[in-house]
Design a protein around this ligand. Structure first.
Ligand SMILES: [Zn+2]
Length: 182
């Protein structure tokens, strides 16, 4: 799908010099927003996010109730925007501690998935299976609640990317379980 005028509807003034931005096709024939004064170009890209899938020793999954936009009051995995000076892994470790009080490390990369965003149009989520190495469970920072629940009792999860990470890990665990039964 090509970049549409709709994607740039909020890009009106240059972040550098404050002059008016105008839509233009670049040399690759892609629509961009360009400053009429200094020529600075605004690129509309998906915003990267890291999400944490944290299991306890009963294979229950840690979910948080979101405090802030987007989707306050709804349930999701701990997650956060990747800062300019962070790797996705560093963000996952930080968000895990900030939102759940648990210290962790990366067990493995699960995958990535784009997700529509009411704020940024689109984010792209990088999912990590985390290993708990310390800390104590308590909702913190931008989480109103944090708790472990079984797959059967999972509340509705508000982001399609998080649902995808959960489904992927669930299938892997089932495969392992079935192998162990044989
Ligand atoms: Zn400018």
């Amino acid at each position: 799908m090509s970049i549409s005028e709709e994607s740039y509807k909020d890009v009106n003034f240059c972040l550098r010099c404050g002059s008016k931005m105008l839509l233009k096709f670049d040399q690759e024939n892609k629509l961009r927003s360009e400053c009429t004064n200094c020529g600075w170009t605004f690129y509309k890209n998906p915003i990267p996010v890291a999400a944490c899938l944290i299991l306890n020793d009963k294979n229950e999954i840690l979910v948080i109730k979101r405090k802030f936009e987007p989707n306050p009051g709804e349930w999701a995995l701990p997650s956060g925007y990747i800062e300019i000076d962070q790797s996705p892994e560093e963000t996952a470790i930080d968000e895990m501690l900030e939102e759940t009080g648990l210290i962790g490390e990366i067990e493995k990369f699960i995958g990535y998935m784009p997700n529509p965003s009411p704020i940024y149009e689109k984010v792209i989520s990088f999912g990590f299976l985390m290993k708990i190495t310390g800390g104590e469970l308590s909702a913190g920072d931008d989480a109103a609640e944090a708790c472990f629940v079984s797959y059967e009792n999972l509340p509705p999860i508000c982001f399609n990317s998080h649902r995808y990470f959960i489904q992927k890990i669930k299938e892997e665990l089932l495969d392992k379980f079935e192998l162990a039964q044989k």
